[in-house]
Design a protein. Structure first.
Length: 181
């Protein structure tokens, strides 16, 4: 080998040694990851949790990082419907259905009745048990609280007309009462 090639390989050696080995992790995709609702609504976030690793992975539950005008996000729907573990990538059951993923409801977010309009960001984490080297699985989500509905123009005009009619009637009553004195 030429001296220049040896030197360039020698220069790359520290970078190769410092490169950390890749760690496996589950994949979580929320569809859609952003939802909007009115105060009092319950929003259901759905998605797919998949296992691209060569090992089965036990699912313990969900945790959340979220500060918004809601009750704490609730993962009960996931824990009730998802499998307790995901098989290795490419696994199927006897009918040919994949057993390496779960698709369906992941969690609910209920907006407080007095929630102020705005968009609030959170993160959902899938917790697993006993898998060293398995990186945390997480997905970000957004909740938008919509502003309260504004009355329709026709309602506002009708209300204004009734107030005007009431004012005119009141003036007529006062004039009659003043004329009788």
């Amino acid at each position: 080998m030429k001296l220049l090639q040896k030197l360039s390989l020698l220069c790359l050696l520290p970078f190769i040694l410092l490169t950390a080995p890749a760690h496996a992790q589950l994949n979580l995709d929320l569809t859609p990851a952003s939802q909007a609702g009115n105060p009092g609504d319950t929003l259901t976030f759905s998605g797919t949790l998949s296992n691209p690793t060569a090992d089965a992975v036990s699912i313990d539950g969900l945790t959340f990082s979220f500060t918004g005008p809601t009750s704490q996000p609730d993962g009960t729907v996931f824990l009730s419907n998802a499998p307790l573990s995901l098989d290795p990538l490419g696994s199927t059951d006897g009918s040919g259905n994949p057993t390496d993923s779960y698709s369906g409801s992941i969690f609910d977010v209920t907006l407080n009745a007095n929630a102020l309009p705005g968009t609030y960001i959170g993160t959902v984490f899938v917790t697993t048990n006993g898998y060293t080297g398995l990186q945390p699985t997480q997905a970000d989500f957004a909740v938008t609280v919509l502003p309260a509905a504004v009355p329709e123009a026709a309602t506002t005009v009708s209300l204004g007309f009734l107030l005007l009619l009431g004012g005119v009637s009141l003036c007529c009553v006062k004039r009659r009462a003043a004329g009788r004195e």
